[in-house]
Design a protein around this ligand. Structure first.
Ligand SMILES: [Zn+2]
Length: 309
């Protein structure tokens, strides 16, 4: 069946500044790679805006109001040292969260087996009441709660192979035994959370840490040894992927040594688990990835696997 590709031109207009690694060219690099003839079968859709109702399932309304009110009419406004708003940031963040909700709707409606959201800003560092780490709204968490609220999916899992720990997603899921979050990430590294002892209210959190310079073998072993068994035990009704590609060996923000083939392997393993647990239903979303060439090749490899599911 089809794989859906959600994106929106607004995601290019969030511009945190010339020297910022989370740059508009990231989306252009991904979409250029996915414009190759081998991706002709992707069904491309514009991401709608998330509604406030959808976002406040994760973020309190005052946070949403204050964030959107802080978006400058011109110039830039820093929320912290590296989380910076430009005039296009509010629209981009709404489209990013909206992509996840629309992708969940489409997959639940049987319009496709799976979907990839090529969106920015990323979201997994955004805590319920705190923007941080380039992230404004936690789009993957918004998608997860949308699946539950609207589609009555009871148990939702998010698997995060970005090189950074998704502290925001973990915080959103911590107290809810029907939400599962698993992450592979480099440690030590920003944001400093994600120790294996952080297990959530009912061992619904699974953190697998990788030392600097770890590569394919350590990554695959961590997924095999802890993440996949925990995910299988959780028995999800729906799987979302926080697909960051900054664990790639060429990425400038971290020190892991993954290659495209590792993303193919991880994606295929997740597809196999999803097939058994939940009829193959997967929605994946872009998180980090800051070497434009590695990002383009890795996201293409990931989407190629989704299409072959
Ligand atoms: Zn990252």
């Amino acid at each position: 069946m089809t794989t859906l590709l959600y994106s929106h031109e607004a995601c290019v207009r969030h511009d945190p500044g010339e020297m910022h690694p989370e740059c508009p060219a990231r989306i252009e690099a991904v979409l250029t790679a996915l414009a190759a003839p081998e991706f002709d079968a992707l069904e491309r859709r514009d991401a709608p805006r998330a509604s406030v109702e959808q976002i406040i399932r994760v973020h309190p309304q005052p946070y949403v109001d204050q964030l959107l009110a802080a978006v400058p009419e011109s110039g830039r406004r820093g929320l912290d040292g590296d989380t910076i708003l430009s005039p296009g940031s509010g629209e981009a963040a709404l489209r990013a969260a909206g992509a996840l909700c629309a992708a969940v709707d489409a997959v639940m409606a049987g319009e496709a087996d799976n979907a990839f959201c090529a969106i920015r800003p990323p979201g997994h560092h955004a805590e319920p009441d705190q923007a941080m780490g380039f992230c404004l709204f936690n789009s993957v968490a918004v998608g997860a709660l949308h699946a539950r609220e609207v589609h009555r999916c009871h148990r939702i899992a998010v698997i995060d192979f970005d090189v950074h720990h998704g502290n925001g997603t973990q915080a959103s899921f911590w107290n809810d035994p029907d939400l599962f979050y698993a992450s592979t990430h480099q440690s030590p590294l920003y944001p400093g959370t994600g120790a294996p002892q952080e297990r959530g209210v009912s061992t619904n959190i699974c953190n697998a840490v990788l030392p600097p310079n770890a590569g394919s073998e350590e990554f695959r072993n961590a997924l095999r040894a802890s993440v996949f068994p925990a995910l299988t035990r959780f028995d999800p009704d729906f799987i979302l992927i926080s697909a960051g590609f900054d664990a790639h060996k060429d990425d400038p923000l971290a020190n892991l040594q993954l290659v495209e083939e590792d993303y193919v392997w991880a994606t295929n393993e997740l597809i196999a688990i999803a097939r058994h647990a939940c009829g193959g239903k997967i929605v994946s979303t872009l998180e980090g990835g800051y070497d434009l060439s590695a990002l383009a090749r890795s996201s293409a490899a990931h989407v190629r696997s989704l299409m072959a599911a």
